[in-house]
Design a binder for this molecule. Structure first.
Ligand SMILES: C[S@@+](CC[C@H](N)C(=O)[O-])C[C@H]1O[C@@H](n2cnc3c(N)ncnc32)[C@H](O)[C@@H]1O
Length: 220
C-alpha cells in the first residue's frame, strides 16, 4: 500500500507531542471508532484501541526519555508506539509490536517522517508469541490490562521475552486486568515494584501507575 493510500484509508491527522527533549509530529487516525470492524470483533473481540494515544503511553515515553538506553527493547501492544519512537530517537534498538498490522505500518511511518530512521516492527499476538523473538533487556507496555483475561496473557508474554537481568516497565491507569496480572506475575516469579512516575501533564484520565518487573533474584 502506498503512503498516500494508508493516509487516506486511516484518515490521518497530525498531532504534535513533546516528550522530554523530543518533539514528534504524530500522524494518527482522526476517529478510532471509524476503524471498528465487525469481522475483527467476531474473530477475537478486538477493537482498534491502537489508534489512540493513551495517557499511559505519555508516561511510559517520559520514563524512557529519562532513563539510560539499553541494548535491546521491545514494546508490547504498542499502538502509536510513542515509547518506541523515543527509544529510537535516543539511538536505542527497539521492536514495536502489536496484533494490528495498521498500528505497525503507522508506527514505522511516524518514525520515518520524524527523521529517527527505520523502526523495527513485528506482528505479535500475546496469545502466541512468535518463536523468532528472543529475550530483551527492556520490555515496554502501556495500557495493556483493559480486559481481565489480558492480565495472565501479558504476564506470560513478559516472562517469555524478558532477559535474565532485564526489566519490564508497564504503565496502567487502574484497568480491570491489573489484579490478575499481579497474580500471574507472582506465579512466574516476576517481582513487581511501583516506581515514581515521571511528571507528565495529562489532559484526560486519572493517575497512571508505573510498574517495574524483574525476575526474582535478578541483579539490578
Ligand atoms: C489501550 S491500547 C494502548 C496502545 C498504546 N500502548 C498506548 O498506550 O497508547 C492497547 C493496545 O494493545 C493491543 N493489544 C490488545 N490485545 C492484544 C494482543 N492479544 N496481542 C497484541 N496486542 C494486543 C491493542 O491493539 C492496542 O494497541
Amino acid at each position: 500500500m502506498t503512503d498516500g493510500a494508508l493516509a487516506t484509508r486511516l484518515d490521518l491527522v497530525d498531532e504534535t507531542v513533546t516528550v522530554g527533549a523530543h518533539r514528534f509530529v504524530l500522524a494518527k487516525p482522526r476517529q478510532a471508532d471509524a476503524l471498528i470492524s465487525e469481522e475483527d470483533f467476531a474473530r477475537d473481540e478486538r477493537l482498534p484501541y491502537w489508534a489512540e494515544l493513551w495517557p499511559s503511553a505519555l508516561v511510559l515515553a517520559a520514563q524512557v526519555a529519562r532513563a539510560p538506553i539499553v541494548a535491546r527493547s521491545i514494546e508490547l501492544g504498542c499502538g502509536l508506539a510513542l515509547p518506541s519512537l523515543v527509544t529510537r530517537a535516543r539511538g536505542g534498538a527497539v521492536t514495536a509490536t502489536d496484533y494490528y498490522d495498521d498500528a505497525l505500518l503507522l508506527a514505522a511511518r511516524n518514525a520515518d517522517r520524524n527523521g529517527i530512521g527505520a523502526l523495527e516492527t513485528a506482528l505479535v499476538d500475546w496469545n502466541a508469541i512468535p518463536a523468532t523473538l528472543g529475550r530483551y533487556d527492556r520490555i515496554l507496555a502501556a495500557d495493556v490490562l483493559y480486559e481481565r483475561r489480558y492480565g495472565p496473557l501479558v504476564a506470560g508474554a513478559i516472562d517469555r521475552l524478558l532477559a535474565p537481568s532485564g526489566c519490564a516497565w508497564l504503565t496502567d491507569p487502574g484497568r480491570v486486568g491489573r489484579e490478575p496480572f499481579m497474580q500471574a506475575a507472582a506465579a512466574c516469579e516476576l517481582r513487581v515494584t511501583v516506581l515514581d512516575a515521571p511528571p507528565v501533564e495529562l489532559t484526560q484520565g486519572g493517575a497512571v501507575t508505573l510498574y517495574e518487573l524483574r525476575r526474582a533474584g535478578a541483579d539490578r
